[in-house]
Design a protein around this ligand. Structure first.
Ligand code: GDD
Ligand code: MN
Length: 376
């Protein structure tokens, strides 16, 4: 009995230490990637003949935000005659489409079109429909409930002008007063920038995801069987040897739901888990070709999203069980852990691990490929 207890304590501590070690190591690596390279030299710029851009906005019941979204695209610092906007709607019942038609009447100097799918088959399906109508050399996808800074589009396209870059996404500025969301963003935001310096970001954001059209065509459009369509597409671009980056000067604002926040976080985590599981398979089992730096990034990130959270939960469970059996060290450790919860970063971290574990379990029966709309 005694030795079993010791084993539990030992394993518990080992798991917890391992859990914090890996992200620590990855973070240090990321900071070094950020310091060791200067990205600005790679930005080619728009030149005198900016490329023709198709901005695709998928909508499902976005009446509350669509006008603001159109105004935001309209006020971008990008030549309007080099721009078209495609609203692809899948059976909204709240008057989204009518609002767009109304808006178009007052803004004849920019080409905005509406594509109606009738029934709802998910965001990726809608994007593929829009792709058939899009005429741009560059395809930019953006969620209806997000906003860009005036230079976001311009900067994204400027990055895409260089030959080695195949896709560009944005750094998120969350519009919320939730500490958890802001804290989560500042840590993960740094990783995205660092990975982009190294080769490609492991994660892309639907608030602004820009792709070279020819690459999208080679991939065969957006994947319909993985929730994180944006990250997954960026992954394919990277596997082809092109960089998929989040540069410092491309920013976007996203609305964070106040009600339904947890469900929203779990669903997004589910989608990321689907994305990383697939890539783990591509890289380890199918052994598909991929640039060395990208492989490194994806293996770390897959580990951090798929395996690392379980080390924490299992370690914690072992400590709790041994504490309940009267072991002193686990009791002390758990009390320290409880005290640490008052530190914001630690609290955010722990919550994120729990979300990842819940998401992994939920993926077993519901992949949320077509999801319930959550009001922002
Ligand atoms: N046409 C169409 N059809 N549009 C859809 C559908 C659909 O079935 N489902 C969702 N959309 C649109 C929404 O109207 C919105 O503009 C965008 O897709 C993103 O959906 P949200 O409901 O706002 O989801 P989110 O804020 O959690 O989305 C984030 O995570 C997703 C992956 O979990 C974004 O980053 C998405 O881009 C990403 O796919
Ligand atoms: Mn959204």
């Amino acid at each position: 009995m005694m030795s079993l207890l010791m084993l539990f304590v030992g394993l518990g501590i080992t798991f917890i230490v391992a859990h914090f070690l890996m992200p620590g190591i990855y973070y240090i690596m990321a900071v070094r990637w950020l310091r060791s390279s200067n990205e600005v030299g790679h930005k080619v710029g728009l030149g005198i003949d900016p490329p023709f851009v198709s901005v695709i906005v998928p909508t499902y019941n976005e009446a509350g935000v669509i006008i603001q979204k159109l105004n935001n695209i309209y006020s971008q610092d990008y030549p309007k005659d080099r721009l078209e906007v495609l609203i692809v709607d899948s059976g909204s019942t709240d008057g989204t489409v009518e609002l767009v038609h109304e808006w178009i009447k007052g803004h004849e100097d920019v080409n905005v079109r509406v594509i109606e799918e009738g029934i709802r088959m998910g965001k990726a399906h809608a994007l593929n429909t829009a792709l058939k109508y899009a005429r741009g050399d560059i395809i930019v996808v953006t969620d209806a409930d997000s906003l860009w800074l005036p230079d976001s589009l311009r900067n994204a396209i400027a990055w895409l002008m260089s030959n080695g870059v195949g896709a560009v996404s944005c750094s998120k500025i969350p519009r919320t007063n939730r500490d958890i969301e802001t804290e989560y963003r500042s840590y993960y935001g740094l990783l995205r920038l660092a990975e982009s310096r190294r080769f490609s970001s492991a994660i892309f954001h639907g608030e602004l995801a820009a792709f070279k059209r020819e690459l999208l065509e080679k991939i065969g459009g957006f994947p319909k069987d993985v929730g994180a369509d944006d990250s997954h597409t960026a992954g394919f671009v990277s596997m082809m040897g092109y960089r998929a980056i989040i540069p410092e000067d491309v920013k976007c604002i996203e609305y964070v739901p106040s009600r339904g926040y947890w469900m929203w976080r779990v669903r997004r985590a589910q989608h990321l888990i689907q994305h990383f599981s697939r890539f783990l398979k591509y890289m380890l089992i199918d052994n598909r070709n991929s640039p060395r730096e990208y492989r490194q990034i994806m293996l770390y990130e897959a580990y951090l999203h798929l395996i690392n959270p379980w080390l924490f939960i299992i370690g914690l469970a072992l400590l709790v069980v041994s504490a309940l059996h009267g072991a002193v060290i686990p009791i002390a450790l758990l009390l320290i852990g409880l005290a640490l919860l008052s530190v914001r970063f630690f609290r955010t971290w722990v919550i994120t691990q729990v979300i990842l574990v819940v998401a992994a379990i939920r993926n077993l029966w519901n992949k949320e490929l077509v999801w319930r709309k959550i009001e922002k």
